[in-house]
Design a binder for this molecule. Sequence first.
Ligand code: GRF
Length: 205
Amino acid sequence: MSLKVGVLASGAGSNLQALIDQVHGRDGIEIVAVGSDKPDAQALKRAGTAGIASRVFETSAFGDNRGARDLAMADWLSGLGVDLVVLAGYMQLVSPPFLEAFENRVINVHPALLPAFPGLDAVGQALAYGVKVFGVTIHFVDAGVDSGPIILQRAVELPGARTREQVFAVLHELEHQLLPEVVHMFGTGRVSIDEVDGRQVVITA
Ligand code: GRF
């Protein structure tokens, strides 16, 4: 089995790096594309170092038309044979035509235990609420905000955490375990969505 992965990232790209280090080139899994909305994203440099094709898709280059930008991005990824798209710190919503092009093949990593704290600044939201348990969710992307079927979650008790830095120090480590784990599951054909309710994600052993 082979799996070609495209990663979209806006920032530091530490999750991209975890994928490069842990799954790229193993068990038929290959990261073939890294796209970004930000020309200065460190993720692009990481792609270059790993010899992975990369491209910038700034909305301004498409007359501020998000749909047109996303279609160009989908064309580029399809042209490279991408089977699975991973949003790894990609700070844009992807529009419906993109999701149609990659139906049930776009996943995201979110730094909270969904459905709690979707959207921006999830960790800030959780801190403001005063939760004692934080966590990470890897989920399918649908047309809503962090609302797609959940693939994998892991929780961590941090009763004394008060700052984003304290929480992210732990959550980043969790993300860097979970995301490669999930991509490996896709690479070995173990992930499917229950056809009856369209909501339960089934992971086979
Ligand atoms: C991660 O914390 C992820 O949960 C969120 O954005 C951050 C990206 O970090 N969606 P990095 O760019 O992978 O270092």
